[in-house]
Design a protein around this ligand. Structure first.
Ligand code: LLP
Length: 417
């Protein structure tokens, strides 16, 4: 459920008309709904009731400072994958003690930064990383809180680029190595083992892979406990899918209840960390774009819009489907079979293909479900300034990131002497 909807044939974000935002801020432009972000966060948090948990929003999905601020005010923690994301969390008012740090390639600088800041946990993804973290913590005179990220070898049934829990993926350590690695970590002076972690992929639409992964991780928790290694946290990662087209993913409540049911059956009382990104931010945002030209093609029209693959990469990279709707409907615009494409000089530059849409030149379109992995994956390809970002809050809206300018794009470049 999100807070984007039509009022008398005009699309609104909460109580603000998208046409008003387009007129005042320009296009292309990302628009987020605060009420939707809040609703989705609570949908993960509330089903836990009294059960100890930490819902750590995955910053990579949408790291705009205002988005982080909204979630931080609700009590969210954060899942990060870089030092830059840690800086963002702190700049938005978050506390390092509420941050878990995942990622296969943490640099020395990033590990130092995380330990100095006092993050809650580092997810260790290889033996080499364990050694690096131990050495850095020793130099800093600290004990590094760590959880091993287990690769449970479970097929998440999602796009291959966003599956992470299969043996052939680069992520995590194999379950068969876990006991040995935990025993090695126990013997290290500067390592403090706090938990175990797992994340099997993104945009999962079935519960079974999550359940299978959890059972496998709990098998390890038992083995570790039999060997005298007692954990405090169980990090189940993110991955709950959203509805882009006709998918029917589990709701956050269904997902949470399924996880709690397994934990109860297995007699596990560890505190649970979740790392949802897409399910919180995805349907809390749209990309607003305007039709620049309409050009006839062999199988329908090309709707050439002012947003492109540099603004929203998902269709080009994953052949992802995003619903595209007219911001004002019910007018006299003719319905067309069309491909919605951007101005970038690549045939892979499309937002949506094979659609039927009523539109004429100058019309505004909204690309739905663009709140996660939208702006964060944008680039300046073709020297295109990245779009503005706007947060709607009831009847008010705020520009939470200004549109870039040509000057800002080249600000860090220098001509030769
Ligand atoms: N935790 C870890 C360790 C992750 O690697 C990810 C996502 C998440 C949590 C959050 O997963 P979510 O709840 O958002 O599914 N750019 C791709 C998605 C990449 C996801 C990478 N990892 C896309 O646009 O579909």
């Amino acid at each position: 459920m999100d807070h984007f909807g039509y009022r008398q044939d005009h699309l609104f974000a909460e109580d603000v008309s998208l046409a008003t935002i387009a007129d005042n801020v320009g296009t292309p432009c990302y628009v987020y709904s605060r009420a939707t972000l809040e609703r989705h966060y609570r949908a993960f948090d509330e089903p836990f009731g009294e059960y100890p948990r930490h819902v750590c929003y995955a910053v990579k999905a949408n790291g705009n400072l205002a988005v982080l601020q909204v979630l931080q005010r609700l009590g969210a923690g954060f899942d990060i994958v870089s030092g830059g994301e840690l800086d963002r969390v702190l700049a938005a008012g978050g506390a390092a003690g509420d941050v878990v740090f995942s990622g296969v390639g943490k640099s020395i600088g990033e590990i130092e930064q995380a330990l100095q800041a006092g993050v809650r946990s580092l997810s260790i993804e290889s033996e080499a990383e364990l050694e690096r973290v131990d050495a850095i913590a020793r130099t800093l005179g600290k004990k590094a809180p760590v959880a091993f990220r287990i690769n449970p070898d479970v097929d998440p049934g999602t796009h291959p680029y966003i599956a992470t829990g299969l043996r052939e993926n680069k992520f995590g350590v194999p379950a068969s190595d876990a006991l040995r690695l935990y025993q090695r970590a126990v013997a290290m002076d500067s390592i403090n083992i706090t938990g175990i972690a797992c994340h099997i992929g993104s945009q999962l639409t079935q519960l079974d892979p999550f359940c299978d992964a959890l059972e496998r991780v709990l098998d390890l928790v038992d083995i570790l406990s039999d060997n005298g290694i007692v954990l405090q946290h169980l990090d189940l990662g993110g991955g709950v899918g959203i509805c882009y087209a006709d998918e029917n993913p589990p709701t956050p409540a269904e997902y949470t209840q399924a996880m709690l049911k397994i934990l109860r059956r297995r007699g596990c009382h560890l505190s649970v960390t979740l790392e949802p990104g897409r399910a919180i931010a995805g349907n809390a945002g749209i990309l607003l774009t305007r039709v620049e030209y309409i050009k006839p093609g062999p199988a329908g029209d090309f709707l050439i819009v002012d947003a492109a693959m540099n603004d929203l990469l998902r269709p080009a990279l994953y052949q992802a489907w995003h619903e595209v709707v007219a911001v004002s409907r019910g007018g006299t615009s003719p319905v067309r079979d069309c491909d919605i494409v951007g101005p970038v000089c690549e045939s892979g530059d499309f937002i949506a293909r094979g659609r039927r849409l009523a539109a004429v030149q100058g019309d505004l379109l909204a690309v739905r479900s663009a709140g996660a992995y939208g702006f964060v994956m944008s680039s300046n390809y073709n020297a295109r300034p990245r779009p503005a970002e706007v947060m709607v809050d009831g009847a008010a809206y705020h520009v939470v990131r200004e549109r870039e300018t040509s000057a800002s794009l080249s600000a860090q470049e220098k001509l030769l002497p």
